[in-house]
Design a protein around this ligand. Structure first.
Ligand SMILES: *Cc1c(COP(=O)(O)O)cnc(C)c1O
Length: 389
């Protein structure tokens, strides 16, 4: 296995040990509590101590510590979903009368947050083509309160030049946020690039078993961590101790799964690149990807999630037939679990304008699970016959 991922597994193995009386179990206990009890009335007001369930409990603290170990940062907060983490980061960094700048390739539900809730509270959202630094420069100004990045972008996989975008934001004292879910916080380190807030959908690789929804926001500096914590606390955002336990459990094997899913992702991408049914493969780890140089500069690895376009603009009915003929790949939203998933993306891309003008064919996203790569490529090969039969 990759030495960096082995080292991470080693560090995660000992994390979160908590004694209960004389017992020290391998895993931390799950405590359920709204109310914590105190013997000294002064301790009730001690802000350095947890005083109530909404502060989180030991299991929440252990998971937050694990996330900070992986990605760095001064503080983290858990949210009930990845989308709630996106919203929390935005609410932490923005204010009425301010403007936010987002890439057109942003995770689609985040666009709804920006154009809906944020707009109702007087925050104006502006969108830039993800790779276009001049367009970012034109939109980022004295009114900008936050610049949001996502790299690679959802579905279409464009990388962003985060250093250039952070420099533009710093010029105007705007906060910077990145949705760093694709890298799981492992393959890309936002705080080393001066980004202020990192968003993770823990639903994906961290939990890894398609059975928990959770998110996290991590902050770079202690003052940003305080602002994040205050915002989350005021919104009453907290996750169940059982779910926090499950995500911490998933994390122990995440480096192993990531190593495997990275490998399978590359194998699938290389296979697809050889197929006449495929127009292009959108995987930043492939040399032919337009942002491959940025990937080499900023990333230490690749998730098992990428996309490809079908050649020859096949009609919708053929695309449907191809997807339905797959046996190992399942149709479904989300990714990062142990099961391979596939999803047609064109309906979700409609909010970005004319997909035919933007992409050289119908766009399909693939998430590699833990199945054998050869079995997955064989499944794609047999299903491709539905495009021509
Ligand atoms: C899945 C995802 C989210 C949202 O996570 P949920 O837990 O499903 O709400 C946010 N951002 C990205 C990039 C994602 O892939």
């Amino acid at each position: 296995m990759r030495p960096d991922l082995e080292a991470l597994s080693t560090r995660l193995a000992k994390l979160g040990r908590i004694a209960v009386g004389e017992d020290m179990a391998v895993n931390p206990p799950i405590q359920r509590a709204s109310t914590l009890l105190f013997s000294d009335p002064d301790d009730l007001e001690d802000s350095a101590r947890r005083s109530y369930g909404t502060d989180g409990l030991a299991i929440h603290a252990a998971l937050q510590e694990a996330l900070l170990l992986i990605e760095g940062g001064a503080g983290a907060w858990l949210t009930p979903s990845g989308l709630a983490a996106c919203s929390l980061a935005l609410l932490t960094a923005s204010h009425a009368g301010g403007e936010i700048v987002l890439p057109e390739s942003i995770y689609k539900p985040m666009r709804r947050v920006a154009d809906g809730v944020a707009a109702r509270f007087g925050v104006v959202a502006r969108y830039a083509p993800p790779r276009d630094i001049e367009a970012h420069a034109a939109l980022i100004g004295p009114k900008t309160c936050a610049v949001v990045m996502e790299s690679p972008g959802s579905l279409s996989m464009e990388l962003q030049d985060v250093r250039a975008i952070v420099a533009l934001a710093e010029k105007h004292q705007a906060a910077t946020i990145i949705d760093n879910t694709w890298s799981a916080g492992v393959f890309f380190k936002p705080f080393e690039h001066g980004i202020d807030y990192s968003v993770q959908a823990l639903t994906k690789y961290q939990n890894g078993h398609a059975d928990v929804l959770m998110g996290a926001v991590l902050a770079r500096t202690p003052s940003q961590a305080q602002r994040l914590r205050d915002t989350a606390y005021d919104l009453g955002l907290i996750v169940s101790p059982d779910d926090a336990y499950l995500v911490l459990r998933g994390l122990r094997s995440m480096p192993l799964r990531l190593a495997r899913q990275e490998q399978t992702g590359f194998a699938l991408a290389r296979f697809l690149a050889t197929r006449p049914e495929v127009a292009s493969v959108l995987h930043p780890g492939l040399e032919e990807h337009p942002d491959h140089a940025l990937w080499r500069r900023d990333f230490t690895g690749a998730a098992g999630v990428f996309a490809f376009t079908l050649a020859g603009h096949p009609p919708q009915a053929r695309v449907r037939a191809f997807l339905q003929r797959l046996k190992l790949f399942e149709l479904g939203y989300s990714w990062g679990g142990y099961e391979s998933l596939i999803a047609p993306c064109d309906p979700q891309l409609a909010c970005r304008g004319d997909t035919r003008a933007r992409y050289d064919g119908p766009l399909v996203r693939v998430s590699a699970g833990l199945e054998a790569a050869e079995a997955l490529t064989a499944d794609l090969a047999q299903a491709f016959r539905a495009l021509t039969d």
